[in-house]
Design a protein. Structure first.
Length: 197
């Protein structure tokens, strides 16, 4: 499992390695919907973006994370970010998370295709046997989106994280395993074939 920075490209979206050069465009993307006001995930604003990128790049330097910016192919604009984290080569496993999208990019093919690109990298290139997705118990939109992927809910991690606000978060753990990947891929590809509503 080579976690070196790579670009993953689809029809609707391009995932490029995250760098500090993306700070301003990420803050602008988060400003579309003032996403930093959410209480169910951590989305940086202009005061926290440098530390947010530093943390991702530190994880990358340790071989544990592979962070991306999400770029809308049609506009060539940064619309969010996502990453692999908890990359565990010995277990052939990784997690996908830290995903957020500008409000105007939500409910579009962008997230569907981004997940397809990441899962293809995990299962077809890295030969993972397991991919995890973890979200806040209170984040109903994220939980529904993960279930739509075809991931299976495994359980609730009680008092899993303490957020910057001080709230103690329960997290919901989902996974996709290698035997499920063909069905998940077919589902994602079918969703991308449907015309936008």
């Amino acid at each position: 499992m080579d976690a070196s920075p790579i670009t993953l490209k689809g029809e609707y979206v391009r995932l490029q390695p995250l760098t500090h050069a993306h700070a301003e465009s990420l803050v602008a993307a988060a400003g579309d919907g003032e996403l930093w006001n959410t209480t169910v995930t951590i989305i940086p604003d202009h005061t926290s973006i440098a530390a947010y990128i530093d943390a991702a790049l530190n994880g990358q330097s340790l071989g544990k994370e592979l962070p991306f910016v999400i770029i809308n192919q049609s506009s060539n604009e940064v619309v969010g970010t996502t990453r692999f984290y908890e990359i565990r080569p010995a277990d052939r496993a990784a997690a996908i998370g830290y995903t957020w999208l500008a409000k105007s990019a939500q409910r579009t093919p962008i997230n569907t295709e981004a997940k397809l690109l990441l899962l293809t990298q995990a299962f077809d290139v890295w030969h993972c046997v397991r991919v995890e997705l973890i979200t806040d118990l209170l984040n109903e939109q994220s939980r529904a989106a993960i279930l739509r992927l075809g991931a299976k809910q495994e359980g609730i991690l009680r008092k899993h994280l303490i957020l910057p606000s001080g709230r103690i978060r329960d997290s919901v753990l989902f996974s996709i395993i290698d035997e499920e990947w063909p069905e998940v891929r077919a589902r994602l590809e079918a969703r991308l074939q449907r015309p936008p509503a």
